[in-house]
Design a protein around this ligand. Structure first.
Ligand SMILES: NC(=O)c1ccc[n+]([C@@H]2O[C@H](COP(=O)([O-])OP(=O)(O)OC[C@H]3O[C@@H](n4cnc5c(N)ncnc54)[C@H](OP(=O)(O)O)[C@@H]3O)[C@@H](O)[C@H]2O)c1
Length: 347
């Protein structure tokens, strides 16, 4: 069976990725095909709480899933009892069923990688960036080379080659480490996660008004979309089936066309490494003014926006869209969907 080591598995993105890689629910497929929020109650498919046995066709009652909106075609493909990958999550902390390793010291890294076919490297430290992201990635890649890993996916960030931030310089250096490691690789650069922009806006409003450069441009991408993408990057399509990376479920009469979602194929085989950078941004590039206005609405606050100008190359690059991408496919989950689930659901 294909073994996938996931570093940073306890993090924001790692938590979204694990259920997509670890059966039994084959949540990747369900998520990809059925989670069009307009037609389906996504809560039913929260992978952590979803019981795949409910999908055993003879016992499955579609009424349980709000039948008028549920598209049964979503259930046609997955081999529900197949466990496609042996997923090995990694953390610095001891946890049952996980491997313990620390990238910044190297403790446990070789043991963690031994026997892995794929490494999905999400771990990162904005405070100990050199020892974790650069030297830690060097240790991990060397261990991967030693272990004969066939695909090393490194999680990176769009615009790190343009935006002058120390953290970004380290991520770029880490990409270089991966390129030079000799291990077949994919460098997945994503745009900012909504939680980051949310925290940034919260921090910008600490003094009362929102102090922001209204013209900075972001293209937030949901961690769920990034996790879907990683799942498709590591999983090979099964022979003769679902070889297209995307599929559109045709709408019924009177329905709004659902967005295309990527489908992670159900085989335990691994996909070929890109050997290059692959970018993933969210569905739309938005100015900080647009993001802030929606954020204010969602948070039900009338705080005024006090425009500031972010100087230098940093500001210029962000206004010019250095953190955005025209690459397709894009994520489908929007900033306003994030705000609704984060703030409205909590009310
Ligand atoms: N946030 C964004 O907007 C964004 C955008 C694009 C790309 N990215 C990239 O996406 C990746 C995941 O981001 P995230 O927001 O999910 O991160 P996160 O929530 O901050 O999680 C970071 C993870 O790194 C692990 N880690 C930290 N130091 C480590 C060490 N010395 N050894 C081993 N593991 C260590 C932590 O694991 P333990 O604490 O369990 O050890 C934790 O699971 C990062 O590479 C980040 O650069 C983020």
């Amino acid at each position: 069976m294909t073994t996938i080591l996931v570093t940073g598995a306890s993090g924001n993105l790692g938590s979204a990725l694990l259920p997509r890689l670890s059966a039994p629910s084959d949540a990747r497929l369900l998520d990809a095909r059925a989670l069009d929020a307009r037609h389906f109650d996504a809560r039913a498919l929260d992978a952590r709480h979803f019981d795949a046995r409910a999908l055993d066709a003879p016992h499955f009652d579609a009424r349980a899933l709000d039948a008028p909106h549920f598209d049964a075609r979503a259930l046609d493909a997955p081999p529900l009892d197949a466990r496609p990958f042996d997923v090995r999550p990694m953390s610095r902390r001891e946890r049952p069923g996980w491997v313990a390793a620390d990238l910044s010291t190297g403790t446990g890294v070789s043991e963690a990688v031994r026997g892995a076919d794929v490494v999905v490297h999400l771990a990162s430290s904005p405070t100990k960036t050199r020892s974790t992201d650069v030297e830690g990635t060097r240790r991990l890649a060397a261990a991967a080379s030693e272990a004969g890993v066939r695909h090393f996916v490194y999680m990176s960030i769009i615009g790190i080659d343009r935006v002058p931030l120390p953290y970004y310089r380290m991520k770029l250096a880490a990409e270089e480490v991966v390129r030079e490691s000799g291990v077949p690789f994919t460098l997945l650069r994503a745009a900012q996660f909504p939680t980051l922009i949310d925290s940034f806006l919260t921090a910008s409003s600490r003094l009362g008004p929102l102090l922001i450069d209204r013209r900075l441009v972001f293209q937030p991408v949901a961690v769920e979309d990034v996790a879907d993408r990683i799942a498709t990057l590591v999983a090979a399509p099964p022979a003769g089936k679902n070889t297209s990376p995307t599929r559109q479920i045709p709408p019924r009469a009177g329905e709004i066309t659902p967005p295309t979602r990527e489908i992670a194929p159900p085989a335990g085989e691994i996909a070929p490494p890109a050997g290059d950078v692959v970018e993933l941004a969210g569905p739309s590039a938005l100015t900080l003014a647009e993001l802030a206005n929606e954020w204010k609405q969602a948070r039900n606050t009338r705080r005024p926006i006090w425009p500031i100008h972010v100087p230098g190359r940093f500001g210029r690059e962000l206004r010019a869209g250095a953190l955005t991408s025209t690459a397709t496919p894009r994520g489908t989950r929007t900033w306003s969907e994030y705000l609704t689930s984060r703030y409205h659901a909590a009310r």
